[in-house]
Write a protein that binds this ligand. Sequence first.
Ligand code: 2YJ
Length: 278
Amino acid sequence: MTRLKTGDIADIKDELAEFDSRLVSKTGCTLRGLARRAAGVEESTARNTSGDVRVGVTPISWGGGIIGGFSQTLKSIAVHMGFDAFVTRASDVAGLAEAFERKADVLLMADDERFVAMGVQSRRVVDNGDATGKGFAEGLDRMAGGLNGRSVFVIGCGPVGLGAVKRLVRLGAMASVYDIDRDRCEDLRREIKRSLDADVRIEKDPEAALLRRRCIIDASPAGDLIHERHISPDVFISAPGMPLALSAAAREKISNRLLHDPLRIGTAVMLVEAAKKR
Ligand code: 2YJ
């Protein structure tokens, strides 16, 4: 998993309204709307439409340490979505206790290994990888005009790729996957069979798959995988992977048919899922 840097997220909190406008033009959904769809929560669910859900964000100093602006950015995403949110004054265990004492309904925190939202009442633990995968699959569905019955190529079989494939199956898409580690492909395939009784195809040749498929999710941390030759006018790419896998020329050519974001979409889906009632 890529560790975010201050520069990756520096502009997010001041540009959420602009991000929403761009997201609406690509997908027809705001961040909140996309997260609700990905999490399967009705627009009319009052608990998620009002500010009666309190989100406590706790900075964590373990490992690589606190990333400047990270917690404030998470708070601003939550506030933008209509939640009542705060960042704890203390970090780590003291901060977690503070969030609880200040009556947070959702606890949000990340170290170098995991980024989670925990629903205090629901006892749900929502992982960023799973939520990000779901959010970007949903975004691709909206951007490409529906994925039901269509083939989608997913690069990367980690938690984000798995979350994406789970959502793709629910959207009626046929998923194929590739990972440099073949065992991870097999693990993903087994898990999808076990949890959803669905089949996933494993691609052996990523270059051939990139040339053949029109709907692509890049859930890998590799970067520099997708080039100009892979971008025909009917290609749509949803790219949660950091760094972005598209070359500058590919990015230019794909124009508005690319969905990429380091933090907002995954966090939004986490918050909606963690705030769900049991
Ligand atoms: O609290 C802090 O400021 C830090 N402990 C945040 C650490 C953030 N964690 C990461 O960057 C993880 N590697 C994963 C983030 C996944 C985003 N898609």
